[in-house]
Design a protein around this ligand. Structure first.
Ligand SMILES: C[S@@+](CC[C@H](N)C(=O)[O-])C[C@H]1O[C@@H](n2cnc3c(N)ncnc32)[C@H](O)[C@@H]1O
Length: 291
C-alpha cells in the first residue's frame, strides 16, 4: 500500500530527519524555552492541575503529604521564609502560605506564574511570585529553606547545575536548608520514551495537525537519558523537543551537592519520608549549606 505524504508542492526534508536520527551530544538543546510556548504552556498548566495524573505535578494527596513531611523534617520556625524554585502553578507555595510561612515562588512559565498569582489573589494568600529563570536568581541571604521539587535539577547540564547550586547557596541564610528530589535510572527504565510515532489533529505539542516521532536515547555510562520528540506539521515545519535527564544514585547526588557547598542531612526514597531502596525511582535529599 502506498500513500503520497506530500500534498501540493511541499517536499519532506528527509536529510533533516536523517540528521535528527543521530544521537545528540548530552544536553544539546532542542526548542528553546518550550515550557513558555503559548500552546505547550497551556497543555502543561492543564496537566499540572489535573488531580488524576503525576505527569507534570504530583497528585494533590501526595503534595499534601510532601508539604507536611518537608515541614516536619526541617522543623522551621513559624513564619520562616521559603523559596520554591520552579513553583509551577503554586501547588506547594499555596499550601506553605496557608500554614503561615513567608513564601516566594519562582518560575519561568509565564502562564503558570500568572495562574499562581491569580489563585493567591482569589484565596487571599500572601505569596510573592516572580517570573524568572532560576539560573539567573540573584537573591542574597533571604531564605531559611529552598525547594526544588519533581526532578527539576535533572534536566540541567553540569554548568547549569553548578550555577543553580551557587544561586541557592547565595539565596539562603547561614545554615539554610535545600530540599530537592532527583530521579534514578529506575525512573528512566519505567518512564523513558520508547521509540514510536503518532499523528494527531491537535495535541500536546501543537494546536494543529502534526506527526510526532518519539525516541529515547540512553547514555548509560553517564546515567543520562534523552526523551526526544520530533514534531512535523502539515507545512513540513520540523520542531525538536528534548527533555534531558541526569539520573542519580545516592552516591552521585551526595558528591555533587557536597562539591556545591551543601552538607547532606538525609537521603530518602521520595519527599514523603519513604526510605531509599534499591529500586527507588526517586531520591529525596535534605541538605544544609556549609557555612
Ligand atoms: C516538572 S514542573 C514542576 C513544578 C512544581 N515544582 C511541582 O512539582 O508542581 C517544572 C517547573 O519548573 C519550571 N522551570 C524549569 N526550568 C526553570 C528555570 N530555569 N527557571 C525557572 N523555572 C523553571 C517549569 O516552568 C515548570 O513549571
Amino acid at each position: 500500500m502506498t500513500h503520497n505524504l506530500i500534498l501540493n508542492t511541499q517536499t519532506l526534508d528527509i536529510p533533516a530527519l536523517l540528521a535528527l536520527q543521530e544521537k545528540p551530544a548530552p544536553f544539546t538543546p532542542g526548542e528553546a524555552l518550550f515550557w513558555n510556548d503559548p500552546h505547550i504552556s497551556a497543555q502543561m498548566l492543564a496537566t499540572h492541575l489535573d488531580p488524576t495524573t503525576d505527569l507534570a505535578s504530583r497528585r494533590p494527596e501526595t503534595i499534601d503529604r510532601s508539604v507536611d513531611w518537608i515541614l516536619s523534617t526541617l522543623g522551621l520556625p513559624a513564619g520562616a521564609a521559603i523559596l520554591d524554585l520552579g513553583c509551577g502553578p503554586g501547588l506547594y507555595t499555596s499550601r506553605l502560605a496557608r500554614k503561615g510561612f513567608t513564601v516566594t515562588g519562582v518560575d519561568y512559565s509565564r502562564r503558570s506564574i500568572d495562574y499562581a498569582a491569580g489563585y493567591a489573589r482569589d484565596h487571599s494568600l500572601a505569596v510573592a511570585y516572580r517570573y524568572q529563570n532560576y539560573l539567573e536568581l540573584t537573591d542574597e541571604a533571604q531564605y531559611d529553606a529552598a525547594l526544588l521539587i519533581f526532578g527539576d535539577y535533572c534536566p540541567l547540564n553540569p554548568h547549569q547545575r553548578a550555577t543553580l547550586l551557587a544561586n541557592v547557596r547565595r539565596a539562603l541564610k547561614p545554615g539554610g536548608r535545600f530540599v530537592l528530589d532527583v530521579s534514578t535510572r529506575e525512573c528512566r527504565r519505567k518512564h523513558g520514551s520508547r521509540n514510536g510515532w503518532y499523528a494527531l489533529e491537535s495535541g500536546f505539542w501543537k494546536p494543529g495537525p502534526h506527526l510526532a516521532l518519539e525516541e529515547g536515547f540512553d547514555y548509560p555510562e553517564q546515567s543520562i537519558w534523552l526523551d526526544q520528540a520530533i514534531v512535523i506539521e502539515a507545512d513540513g515545519k520540523i520542531s525538536v523537543y528534548r527533555n534531558w535527564f541526569q539520573d542519580y544514585t545516592p552516591e552521585s547526588i551526595t558528591a555533587e551537592l557536597e562539591a556545591g557547598g551543601f552538607a547532606i542531612e538525609s537521603l530518602w526514597g521520595d519527599l514523603i519520608g519513604q526510605s531509599y531502596y534499591e529500586a527507588s525511582e526517586w531520591i529525596g535529599v535534605v541538605t544544609r549549606i556549609n557555612s
